[in-house]
Design a protein around this ligand. Structure first.
Ligand code: NDP
Length: 460
C-alpha cells in the first residue's frame, strides 16, 4: 500500500469520473471523489438527460396536435411549464442519488465539495480546507457554457439555466448554430414559445455533412423557428418589457429571454493545473496522450475537460480505458473514430463516420454517395411536413461504408445500430444483402440507390 491517502483521487463526479472511480473501487483501490455540484455531472444534471425530457415534452405536444388525422379529437390542450420542469428535476435528483450510491456502495469516499490541485499528488478540498494525497489523480471536471463578452451579457442565460426557468418565455432568442442552440430552439418552439435562432454562419451545425446542415435548416423552419444567418450579437439591453439585442448588421431583436449557446469550455481556470505540472491548451483543455495521461505522469484526464469528443459515452469509455491502462496492466487507448452521435432536433439527426466533404477531401473521386428523402407514412395521415433524409457514403471499389447521416424520425435510434456496421467496416453490399423490415423508416437504408452524379454537390 502506498503512503498516500488514496490510490486514486477523482476530481469531478460526472460520466467519466464516476465510471473510473467505481471501477477502481471495485478493484479494491482506495478511491476518493470530489464533486462541487450534484453527482452525475453535466449529462445527468444539466445536459443530455433533462434536455431529452424536454424534447419528449415537446414531442408529446406535437403528437397531440397531429393525432387529429388519426381520428382523435383534442380540444383545449394546454401545457404547463412548471409541471414539466419540476418533474424533470425530481428525476434528475433521483438519478444523481443513484450516482452517489454507486460510488459509496463500492467503497469510494465522496466529498461533496470543490477540489483543486495543490501539486502532483495533493488535492485541496475547498470548503473544508482539508488536503488529501493520492498516488494517481484523475481530472474529470468537464466543461461549462462559454459566452462572448459583449455589453449586457449578464442579461443572457446559458443552457444550465434553462432547466430552472421560473416561467416559459413567450419569446426566446437563441444565439448559436451548434448542438445546444438547435436542440433548444426545437424544444421551445415545440412548447409554444416564439423562437428566433440567430447564427453567425450561413448554415446550422458547423462540421456536419452539408446536406444534413441544409435539412436541419429546413426542419427548424418547418417547426416555426425564425432562423437568421450571418449575424452576431453586439449588445443586450434590458427594457421594461424584456430585452433588445443589437446585431453586427445593425438589426435589433426584441425578446423575453436570450439564450447564449455559443459553445462550452473546459473548467480548468482555477483548478490548479499549473501547480500540478499539467499543461493545458489555449482553450484550457488538458493536454493528454492517447492513454489520457497528462504532462504530469501520475495525473490523467478524461471527458470534456480534454476537449476531444465531448460526449458522455466517450467520457465513459475514456474512463474505462484509463482503468485498463493504470490498474489492469493493459494499456488501452480508446478509439475516437466512427463514434455515432445524435442531435436532438425535432426530428433528430443521427450521424456516424465522415461527411461527404471530408470523404472527398481524403479520397477524391473514390467515393460513392447514396441518398434518399421521403415522407414517413406516419406523417402522411398526421399532415406533418417533416421528411426523412438518409445518406450513405462509401469508399473504394469494395464500397466500405465510411459515413451514414440521417435526419428524421427515429434517426437517433437507427444510428446506434448503423454505428456497429461502420465500426465493423461493412460494405454497401452487406447493407444491400440485409433484408428489409417492412414497413419501417429504417428499411430504406438497405435499399439505397446512388445519387446521380450530376446532382452531386460537394460542399465542405
Ligand atoms: P457548439 O460548438 O456545437 O456550437 C457553438 C455555436 O456557437 C456555434 O454555432 C458557433 O459558431 C457559435 N459561436 C461560437 N462563438 C461565438 C461568438 N463569439 N459569437 C456568436 N456565435 C458564436 O457548442 P454547444 O455549446 O452547442 O455544444 C457543446 C458541445 O456539447 C457539442 O460540441 C457537443 O460535443 C456537446 N453536446 C452534445 C449533444 C448531443 O450529443 N446531442 C447536445 C449538446 C451538446 P461556429 O459554428 O461559427 O463556430
Amino acid at each position: 500500500m502506498s503512503d498516500y491517502d488514496y490510490d486514486l483521487f477523482v476530481i469531478g463526479a460526472g460520466s467519466g469520473g464516476v465510471r473510473s472511480g467505481r471501477l477502481a473501487a471495485q478493484l479494491g483501490k482506495r478511491v476518493g471523489v470530489a464533486e462541487e455540484s450534484l453527482p452525475g455531472g453535466t449529462c445527468v444534471v444539466r445536459g443530455c438527460v433533462p434536455k431529452k425530457y424536454l424534447v419528449y415534452g415537446a414531442d408529446f405536444g406535437e403528437a397531440i396536435e397531429k393525432s387529429k388525422g388519426f381520428g382523435w379529437s383534442v380540444e383545449n390542450v394546454t401545457f404547463d411549464w412548471g409541471t414539466l420542469r419540476d418533474n424533470i428535476q425530481t428525476e434528475v435528483n433521483r438519478l444523481s442519488g443513484i450516482y452517489s450510491t454507486i460510488l459509496e456502495k463500492n467503497g469510494a469516499d465522496l466529498f461533496r465539495e470543490r477540489a483543486e490541485l495543490v501539486d502532483a499528488h495533493t488535492i485541496r478540498l475547498c470548503k473544508s480546507g482539508v488536503t488529501k494525497t493520492a498516488e494517481t489523480i484523475l481530472i474529470a471536471v468537464g466543461g461549462s457554457p462559454w459566452s462572448p463578452n459583449i455589453k449586457g451579457i449578464e442579461h443572457a442565460i446559458v443552457s444550465d439555466d434553462i432547466f430552472h426557468l421560473p416561467e416559459q418565455p413567450k419569446r426566446m432568442l437563441i444565439i448559436g448554430g451548434g448542438y445546444i442552440a438547435c436542440e433548444f430552439a426545437g424544444v421551445f418552439a415545440g412548447l409554444g414559445t416564439d423562437v428566433i435562432q440567430a447564427y453567425r454562419g450561413g448554415r446550422l451545425l458547423n462540421g456536419f455533412d452539408a446536406e444534413v446542415r441544409d435539412e436541419v435548416g429546413a426542419l427548424q423552419k418547418r417547426n416555426g423557428i425564425d432562423t437568421r444567418f450571418n449575424i452576431s450579437p453586439t449588445e443586450i439591453r434590458k427594457t421594461d418589457g424584456g430585452f433588445i439585442v443589437a446585431f453586427s448588421d445593425g438589426s435589433k431583436i426584441g425578446t423575453d429571454c436570450v439564450l447564449m449557446a455559443t459553445g462550452r469550455r473546459p473548467k480548468t481556470d482555477t483548478l490548479g493545473v499549473k501547480a500540478a505540472g499539467v499543461d493545458v491548451d489555449s482553450n484550457g483543455a488538458v493536454k493528454v496522450d492517447k492513454f489520457s495521461r497528462t504532462t504530469q505522469p501520475n495525473i490523467y484526464a478524461v471527458g470534456d475537460v480534454t476537449n476531444r469528443i465531448n460526449l458522455t459515452p466517450v467520457a465513459i469509455r475514456e474512463g474505462a480505458a484509463f482503468i485498463e491502462t493504470v490498474y489492469k496492466d493493459n494499456p488501452t487507448a480508446f478509439d475516437h473514430d466512427n463514434i455515432a452521435s445524435a442531435v436532438f432536433t425535432r426530428p433528430p439527426v443521427g450521424t456516424c463516420g465522415i461527411s461527404e466533404g471530408e470523404a472527398r477531401k481524403r479520397y477524391g473521386d473514390d467515393v460513392t454517395v447514396y441518398t434518399t428523402s421521403f415522407r414517413p407514412m406516419k406523417n402522411v395521415l398526421s399532415g406533418s411536413e417533416h421528411r426523412c433524409f438518409m445518406k450513405v457514403i462509401t469508399q473504394g471499389k469494395k464500397e466500405i461504408v465510411i459515413g451514414v447521416h440521417l435526419v428524421g424520425d427515429d434517426s437517433a435510434e437507427m444510428i446506434q445500430m448503423v454505428g456497429i456496421a461502420i465500426k465493423a467496416k461493412l460494405t454497401k453490399a452487406d447493407f444491400d444483402s440485409t433484408c428489409a423490415v417492412h414497413p419501417t423508416i429504417a428499411e430504406e437504408i438497405v435499399t439505397l440507390k446512388p445519387r446521380e452524379l450530376n446532382k452531386t454537390t460537394v460542399v465542405t
